[in-house]
Design a binder for this molecule. Structure first.
Ligand code: HEC
Length: 148
């Protein structure tokens, strides 16, 4: 039930916050990696450096990754679908490159708490990464009737 509610509110956030984050990314340009990934339309993402680097990512188990994303508490800030929440940015479906991801979670640079190898094993992080990549993309803004 909790999950369902969160999912529903996530859809709401995407629909309402969409144009806003789009505007931010347009202003911030490519320097702000996270904002760019959130708002850029899918076709422009096709050949990003992150995706090229992701060519050799270990497969991982996305279903297990979803469970771990909840059990390790990532959802508390990034939300159940990794769509972003009040305390953390959107991570899915186009997370930062795999190598960066593995480093970042161990040594975050700002407000995120670090997760060491003792807490989250590399294989578990790989599963979480697979979950992030497998998440469906939010709908294009011009496909949302209310925004027309
Ligand atoms: C207490 C809140 C919190 C929790 C719990 C949390 N994060 Fe974060 N995360 C953040 C915030 C805030 C940022 C934005 C940068 C920063 O402050 O470090 C972030 C950034 C990230 C980034 C970098 C995103 C980017 O595009 O640069 C990744 C990857 C990430 N988190 C993954 C995870 C994973 C995986 C977990 C669970 C193992 C997790 N986070 C748990 C708050 C959190």
């Amino acid at each position: 039930m909790k999950n369902y509610l969160s999912l529903a509110s996530g859809v709401f956030v995407i629909a309402v916050a969409g144009p806003l984050s789009h505007g931010i990314s347009a202003q911030a340009g490519p320097a702000l990696r996270t904002a760019g990934q959130q708002a850029a339309p899918a076709p422009q993402q096709a050949g990003t450096p992150a995706q090229q680097q992701n060519a050799n990512v270990p497969a991982g188990n996305a279903a297990n990754g979803r469970k771990l994303f909840t059990s390790f508490g990532c959802y508390q800030c990034h939300n159940y679908e990794a769509q972003g929440g009040s305390a953390g940015p959107r991570l899915a479906p186009r997370p930062i490159a795999y190598a960066q991801f593995m480093k970042y979670v161990r040594h975050p640079t700002n407000e995120m708490p670090p997760f060491t190898e003792k807490t989250v094993k590399d294989a578990e992080l790989t599963d979480i990464y697979a979950f992030l990549r497998a998440q469906p993309a939010p709908p294009d803004l011009d496909k949302i009737p209310l925004l027309k």
